[in-house]
Design a protein around this ligand. Structure first.
Ligand code: GUN
Length: 284
């Protein structure tokens, strides 16, 4: 078997156009969506991500409020900034770029954002809603994964899904959404201490790799025809490496292009979520 590759770039362009037209409709009603982006410190990777998000917002007509705070910012100063944005009626959604420097409490910062302004979907209220029949805000990368899985029609009651990694941005929320009442699949979360990794992966209909461990998933670990989604990224020797070895294409049914960033899907879903929050506010 040779896998079919998801065309992330084409999907990204389609999603960009959809968001552009939704933003135009809102602007005609005199509503200007606005995303607040909070960046702490000078991590080059985070700065790149934030810059791309700003460019995307500009392309579709979403205003951006960018706040940059120094690496040494205190927890209380950061919380005060987030609370100010949260109270500002002109701000539709807030994203605090993660990871934060280690002296800061990420959980407390996320909880300072009201659930209806939490574009990341990481507030405990939003996370819990992922398990229900009506998830409220789906974290952007997970929303991208979910969109690909719906495209292939692979989300079926009881489908066996293995998730590699249990991080708060992908592994954890993906497990809540996909095992929840809206998606009804059966999840196994795998991590560094898991036993029988190979057997569990091999017997899965869907593999979501979010471990950040270069080429961890090899062809002998994947069942014929499985759907494999790779959101892991590492740069050993300066070259992007996903969690999934390119040779997995020999056995998988569908997969994301090997050693390529999933970023376009995450970024496009961010735009979609900002617009959802604005529209929900208008409807409330
Ligand atoms: N850092 C890397 N990805 C993300 C994301 O999706 N949201 C936030 N807030 N920070 C990130």
């Amino acid at each position: 078997m040779t896998a079919r590759f998801f065309d992330l770039e084409a999907m990204g362009l389609r999603l960009l156009e959809e968001s552009r037209s939704r933003a135009v409709t809102l602007q005609r009603q005199g509503i200007v969506p606005c995303l607040a982006l909070v960046e702490v410190g000078d991590d080059p990777q985070s700065a790149t991500y934030v810059t791309r998000k700003i460019e995307d917002c500009k392309k579709v007509g979403i205003d951006v409020r960018k706040v940059v705070l120094p690496q040494s910012v205190t927890q209380s100063a950061l919380l005060a900034q987030v609370q100010m944005l949260d109270a500002d009626n002109a701000v539709s959604g807030i994203l605090v770029q993660l990871p934060l420097p280690s002296h800061l409490d990420e959980g407390a910062v996320i909880q300072a954002i009201s659930p209806h302004k939490d574009v990341d979907g990481l507030h405990p209220v939003n996370l819990l809603s992922l398990t229900t029949s009506e998830p409220s805000v789906i974290p952007c990368t997970v929303r991208g994964i979910d969109a690909l899985l719906s495209e292939t029609g692979f989300i079926r009651d009881g489908a066996r899904v293995a998730i590699l990694g249990r991080g708060k941005l992908v592994g954890l929320p993906a497990s809540l959404l996909l095992s929840g009442q809206s998606r009804n699949t059966t999840i196994t979360i795998l991590h560094r201490k898991s036993k029988n990794l190979r057997d569990i992966l091999k017997n899965s209909d869907i593999i979501i790799a979010a471990a950040g461990s270069a080429h961890l998933v090899t062809p002998d670990m994947v069942g014929a025809g499985a759907v494999v989604i790779d959101v892991g990224m590492r740069w050993p020797e300066g070259t992007l490496r996903g969690d999934v070895h390119p040779d997995v294409a020999e056995v998988a049914g569908w997969m994301t292009p090997p050693d390529r960033s999933f970023g376009v899907m995450t970024r496009m879903m961010l735009l979609k979520t900002v617009l959802d929050l604005v529209e929900k506010k208008g409807a409330a």
